[in-house]
Design a protein. Structure first.
Length: 110
C-alpha cells in the first residue's frame, strides 16, 4: 500500500487592516517565527473555531440602477479612497437621516 503524503499547503489571500499586519509582524519577531504564515497557523491552531460567533449583522446582496455618471463617480471615489464600492454605498446609506422627505410622486397622464 502506498503512503499517503501530507496535503500540499495552498495559498490563501485575504485583506487585513494594517494594524493587524503590524501585530502579525510583532508576534513573528517576539515568538521567533520565520514567516507570516507561521504566525497565522499558530493563531488558527490556538483559536477555538467552534466557539466563534460573529457579531456582524446579516448581509444580503441587492441590485440597484444608477445613472451612468453617478456610477462612474462612485467607482472613481472608491478607487481614490482605496475602498470597495460596497463600502461607500454602506456609509452613504447609513448617513441618511432617519426621516428623509419623500419626493412627490410623478403624476400619471390620463
Amino acid at each position: 500500500m502506498a503512503k499517503k503524503s501530507a496535503p500540499t499547503p495552498s495559498p490563501l489571500t485575504f485583506d487585513l487592516p494594517v494594524s493587524l499586519i503590524a501585530k502579525i509582524e510583532s508576534q513573528r519577531k517576539k515568538l521567533g517565527l520565520a514567516s507570516t504564515s507561521e504566525v497565522v497557523r499558530l493563531a488558527i491552531g490556538e483559536f477555538n473555531l467552534d466557539r466563534y460567533e460573529s457579531d456582524s449583522s446579516e448581509h444580503r446582496q441587492i441590485s440597484v440602477r444608477l445613472p451612468g455618471p453617478t456610477k462612474t463617480a462612485l467607482v472613481k471615489a472608491a478607487k481614490k479612497k482605496r475602498v470597495s464600492v460596497g463600502e461607500l454605498l454602506r456609509v452613504a446609506i447609513e448617513a441618511l437621516p432617519a426621516k428623509v422627505a419623500a419626493k412627490p410622486a410623478a403624476k400619471k397622464k390620463k
